[in-house]
Write a protein that binds this ligand. Structure first.
Ligand SMILES: *Cc1c(COP(=O)(O)O)cnc(C)c1O
Length: 397
């Protein structure tokens, strides 16, 4: 029977999560300053002091996105909601949409845009390889879509797509460019204005050293005017930017209660990024990548993405023959407290994904994961000279 005062099952113990190093494709560990910011007292979501915090957050977000876009806000949900926000606002039923797909998150764009009633053209690329720009041009010229969508940093393959010229190409044909910058923002250059990107979305838990829970989104003026000129209502109430805009930018009309502590978190995460300087942070990350790449190659591990297009923030490596995917990752977790990601889609069971994102882009993460990987691989029968990976990384630094 129900007891009004007491928990009738044995009361679960106070929360004490095990110590982990999160080196997967996200979440990565939150920076201690971000965690501290989250424990500061709540404010009301319409309190003038909170409105000030919102404005500061937007200003910093614009700098990290390298844009002047007025509509630059963190949506109150994870990265996928950012993807959905861009598509539900910019695509109406029957609109033509071209999607470049060369990985798992590209296939998600197909699903999301399809649910908006888009008339889809899918360009299927090779997983782990960049798209040929002339092929995209031919397609856009032929289809003249309202929207072109592409994933900048494909987390499933570890491949970076060259998108700097894509915005100009799209605008020749009055097409809007939507880019998934979930794994690129804060990790590699993302220049919305210079690259003429119309809509971009990201997340808090990868390059920005925060817990999951927010999805930064930015829309160009061109994109905003298309949203305002829609013939039909946005099909999602919660993600409808026409109303969210007035809470974040306009008359501060109540739309939903902002997740106060998460806004504190991203404010601190953005402060950390700008304190260091986005370009400095990027240089540092490339350096870590090269060190770990040297270490990985010394351990006999090859990359799933083409040479020259590998993400510095996410090392996707092929699992060597004879090594069991699940058992290997389990050993890394239980023996070393290190989480790495498994493969997705076509790469399921074939790849491990090792992130160096946000707070975890530090030398000790490089050395820890190389030492642990070596030990695990050797225990599973790989013939590796002891200390080879760590020595190669040390050399590379
Ligand atoms: C992680 C990721 C997402 C999804 O973000 P969530 O925060 O998990 O919702 C989307 N796109 C890419 C490229 C990602 O890496």
């Amino acid at each position: 029977t129900f007891h009004p005062f007491r928990c009738l099952m044995p009361l679960p113990g106070q929360l004490t999560p095990p110590t982990r190093l999160l080196l997967g494709p996200g979440p990565s560990d939150a920076h201690p300053r971000v965690l501290a910011a989250m424990t500061t007292p709540l404010l009301g979501h319409l309190d003038p002091a909170f409105l000030e915090i919102m404005s500061e957050t937007q200003d910093m977000l614009r700098q990290v996105f390298q844009t002047k876009n007025a509509l630059t806000i963190p949506m109150s949900a994870t990265g996928m909601a950012g993807m959905e926000t861009c598509f539900v606002n910019l695509v109406e039923p029957g609109d033509k949409v071209v999607l470049c797909v060369a990985g798992y998150f590209g296939t998600r764009m197909v699903d999301v845009a399809g649910r908006c009633g888009a008339e889809l053209t899918v360009l299927n690329g090779t997983w782990g390889e960049p798209f040929d720009l002339s092929l995209i041009r031919e397609t856009v010229q032929k289809v003249k879509p309202r929207v072109l969508g592409i994933v900048h940093a494909e987390t499933s393959t570890g491949c970076l797509q060259p998108i700097a010229e894509l915005g100009k190409l799209c605008h020749e044909f009055d097409t809007l460019l939507i880019t998934d910058t979930v794994t690129s923002l804060g990790c590699v250059p993302v220049k919305l204005d210079e690259w003429e990107i119309d809509a971009a979305f990201s997340c808090s838990q990868k390059g920005l050293s925060c817990p999951p829970g927010l999805s930064p989104v930015s829309l160009s003026e061109r994109a905003v005017s298309k949203v305002k000129a829609r013939k039909s209502k946005v099909q999602s109430w919660y993600l409808d930017l026409t109303s969210i805009m007035s809470y974040w930018g306009g008359d501060r009309a109540y739309h939903h209660t902002a997740p106060i502590s998460m806004i504190y978190a991203i404010r601190e995460g953005l402060r950390l990024a700008l304190e260091e300087g986005v370009e400095n942070r990027i240089a540092r990350r490339v350096e870590k990548h090269l060190a770990r790449q040297a270490g990985s190659l010394a351990l006999g591990l090859s990359y799933t993405a083409k040479e020259g297009h590998q993400l510095p923030q996410l090392n996707a490596i092929r699992i060597p023959d004879g090594i069991d995917d699940v058992a290997g990752r389990k050993k890394l977790l239980t023996d070393f407290g290190i989480e790495v990601g498994g493969g997705l889609g076509d790469f399921k069971g074939k790849a491990w994904r090792i992130g160096l994102m946000g707070y975890n882009s530090r030398p000790n993460c490089v050395f820890q994961v190389l030492a642990a990987l070596e030990t695990v691989l050797r225990s599973m029968g790989a013939k590796i000279e002891p200390g080879k990976g760590v020595a190669a990384a040390e050399q590379a630094y």
